[in-house]
Design a protein around this ligand. Structure first.
Ligand code: SF4
Length: 200
């Protein structure tokens, strides 16, 4: 599943769904592309292990006109301003080969931005998040949620049992699940598929 040919196939499907998808051989090429796109513009971003692994967060200020940063669990002014920025950077929890992008979010800022608000979303998605179909994408996103809950030391049952217990804990990172089956009509969306494993 996880090779360049499959990324090329997925890229074509996503483009048919209205997204502007491209395949990149590695994360350095993606980082260069993003810096070029955001130069002089306002940029917001959501909490993302993928963006961190790209190494771009600390350097965004050198290129962008303004950067609205995200703190873990943050829901303040920066997160609100990020929703109306020129660009919003994020990843996805999973994407299926039939072109459906799945995200699970606890605060909601990240998934809100992917629906409407910023002028352009840029998704960066590593090959490890590419799965066969929507069922697999939902399962993979939930698997990622368990690992993220552990990483952020949340007080949730999955941290103890290692699997989703469908909790309603205040500490749950699973408030909202979004499925993008096509590009939302009110925003432009780039999807950068990377032939490397990135994020959880
Ligand atoms: S147990 Fe709760 S926080 Fe953990 S994955 Fe399931 S719904 Fe999310």
């Amino acid at each position: 599943m996880n090779n360049l040919n499959n990324l090329d196939c997925l890229c074509k499907v996503l483009n048919c769904h209205g997204f502007e998808a491209e395949v990149f051989a590695d994360k350095d090429l993606v980082a260069k592309r993003i810096f070029k796109m955001v130069r002089g513009h306002s940029v917001g971003y959501g909490g993302s292990m993928t963006l961190r692994s790209l190494g771009i967060i600390d350097k965004l200020g050198d290129y962008a006109g303004r950067v609205f940063s995200h703190l873990p669990g943050g829901a303040g002014e920066d997160e609100r301003n990020a929703l109306t920025a020129d660009f919003y950077l994020t990843s996805a929890n999973a994407v299926s080969m039939d072109g459906q992008i799945v995200n699970i979010d606890g605060t909601g800022n990240r998934v809100s931005a992917t629906c409407f608000g910023p002028r352009r979303i840029i998704y960066v998605i590593g090959k490890n998040k590419v799965v066969n179909d929507l069922d697999d994408a939902l399962a993979w996103a939930k698997y990622a949620a368990v690992r993220l809950a552990k990483y952020y030391k949340r007080k949730t049952p999955c941290v103890k049992t290692g699997k989703c217990e469908n909790c309603f804990s205040p500490d749950s990172i699973c408030s909202i699940t979004t499925i993008h089956r096509k590009k939302p009509s009110g925003i432009d969306v780039s999807v950068f598929l990377v032939d490397e494993e990135l994020g959880i």
